[in-house]
Ligand binder design. Structure first.
Ligand code: GRF
Length: 206
């Protein structure tokens, strides 16, 4: 760990393709930051393997007894592990639990999430399925700051994806992920460069 690097902590529960896009950006020198630690609430999540392959510390921290959030003791463990690493930005990359006040308060304005729809449409789970069922012609993905409330925080960047007449949920999600892999590393680069400002709900990029 170098002394002056901008340190990122990443939380994920799944396959970690977005972690990979961030690793690629860091390794290519496009993102002036270091991924200090990757934490998962799922012991065998592939995201942990991806981190290890790139020499990044990968930790499983048991989530506790709840399904949709972290238990109190567990939340404190996540926060202290991130603080131990001097993390300045927490990036959620497919982390399937909502963060509560204590966690968010520990990193004010310093947690970002990626959601697979054009928010505020289709909050919550499987947003690409919701979009197909609703019949929208365009959907996409959103990177936003995390605040209390599900997928409601200030929007940093969005990308649009066209819905095709014969789309399946899998095909649509795959095309959304192509855009995710483009905009998430881009947002993290801008934050690491100190170019993202927040005034109320309004995000500005300098
Ligand atoms: C992405 O679609 C993201 O929008 C959502 O969870 C998924 C994570 O995918 N929050 P991956 O694990 O990064 O491949």
């Amino acid at each position: 760990m170098s002394d002056d690097a901008f340190r990122i902590g990443i939380l994920g529960s799944g396959k970690g393709s977005n972690l990979q896009s961030i690793i690629d950006g860091v390794e290519a020198g496009a993102i002036p930051a270091e991924i200090a630690v990757v934490i998962s609430d799922v012991e065998d999540a592939f995201i942990l393997e991806r981190a290890l392959k790139h020499g990044i510390e990968a930790v499983y921290i048991p989530p506790g007894d709840f399904k949709t959030r972290l238990g109190a003791g567990s939340e404190a463990e996540y926060v202290s592990r991130l603080k131990d690493h001097g993390v300045e930005l927490v990036a959620l990359a497919g982390f399937m639990r909502m963060l509560k006040e204590d966690f968010i308060g520990a990193f004010p304005g310093r947690i970002v999430n990626l959601h697979p729809s054009i928010l505020p449409a289709f909050r919550g789970l499987a947003a690409w399925e919701q979009a197909l069922e609703y019949g929208v012609k365009y959907t996409g993905c959103t990177v936003h700051f995390v605040e209390i409330g599900m997928d409601t925080g200030p929007i940093i960047m969005q990308a649009v994806v066209e819905v095709m007449p014969d789309d399946t949920p899998e095909a649509l999600h795959a095309r959304i992920q192509v855009e995710e892999h483009r905009i998430y590393p881009e947002v993290i680069r801008l934050i690491a460069e100190g170019r993202v400002g927040l005034d109320g709900r309004i995000v500005t990029i300098r």
